[in-house]
Design a binder for this molecule. Structure first.
Ligand code: AMP
Length: 281
């Protein structure tokens, strides 16, 4: 397994593979890898001849008051996990390799990026689309694998690929959970044992909604209220948003048969966790 740190080198490596006729699968991450990330790597491994994983804590997707400086890091552990998954290249650029001091240009999603997580994190998706566009420009992957855990991000990336004519095929993999239901996330590391226990309210509310949706049909307003109450009543937990939206457009417009994304963002202490499930209207 090769570790590459420079943009020039990752570009050259990718071009050489393409000239040899090898397909490239790409998994962008911010590191501190867990089984959720590794499920994406396994998918990329199954689809492509060569697999690249990037590890880059992208500063432009963090607002000044967010956790950029405390974001968990375990480079040695990450490399070991990538080696075990038979990854060909881990791309670990330094911040200066990706952004000059005079960085001027961003990729912006006009509308969807302002909904859901965009309300609390208005510049977040601009950072995500910009770094993914840059990484796609360097690597030009055949496949890029993302997680349903970040449902809104997945939709925004699919939109970007369509709108900006990238040739990369976007693959979305299901949410990987701990045994007790908590969605795996690098940020779970911030939780105290008590918060970790209380954080189970997210996945429990999703399960509750799945059952209620089947049992009572489409009473979205009531369900939304009930979920907000349940989370509000849980110690350490504060609702950021609870929203039922059309999975394709993220709007509130549904017709029977549509896929409905139930997306949650909850502050557990000062840690903001997200989770979601997809229902059929
Ligand atoms: P991150 O390192 O948090 O930026 O995540 C990198 C990729 O891993 C994104 O595509 C995430 O959606 C995906 N991911 C994170 N957590 C999970 C999970 N629990 N299950 C599946 N994919 C995940």
């Amino acid at each position: 397994m090769k570790v590459i740190k420079s943009s020039r080198e990752i570009r050259e490596w990718s071009r050489t593979q393409q000239q040899k006729g090898s397909s490239i699968g790409f998994v962008p991450t911010m590191g501190f890898l867990h089984k959720g990330h590794l499920s994406l790597v396994q998918k990329a491994r199954a689809l492509s001849d060569k697999v690249i994983v990037s590890i880059f804590i992208n500063p432009t997707q963090f607002a000044p008051n967010e956790d950029l400086d405390n974001y968990p890091i375990d480079l040695e552990g990450d490399l070991e996990k990538c080696r075990a998954e038979n990854v060909d290249v881990v791309f670990i650029p330094h911040k200066n390799e990706m952004y000059s001091d005079f960085h001027q240009t961003y990729v912006i999603n006009q509308e969807i990026g302002q909904l859901l997580c965009g309300q609390t994190r208005p510049t977040h998706f601009r950072g995500v689309t910009t770094i993914v566009a840059k990484l796609f420009n360097l690597i030009d992957p055949d496949f890029a694998v993302f997680g349903q855990k970040d449902a809104q991000q997945s939709i925004i990336i699919k939109n970007m690929v369509r709108d900006l004519s990238y040739r990369t095929q976007i693959i979305i993999e299901p949410i990987v959970r701990e045994e007790d239901g908590l969605a795996m996330s690098s940020r779970n590391k911030y939780l105290s044992p008590r918060q970790r226990k209380n954080a189970l309210v997210l996945s429990q509310c999703l399960k509750f909604a799945e059952n209620e949706f089947k049992r009572t049909g489409r009473d979205i307003n009531n369900l939304e209220k009930e979920i907000k109450n349940r989370i509000g009543e849980t110690p350490d937990c504060k609702v950021d948003y609870v929203e039922f939206v059309n999975e394709a457009s993220l709007t509130k417009k549904f017709v029977p048969g549509d896929k409905v994304l139930l997306a949650l963002a909850v502050f557990v202490g000062s840690t903001r966790l997200i989770d979601n499930t997809v229902l059929t209207y």
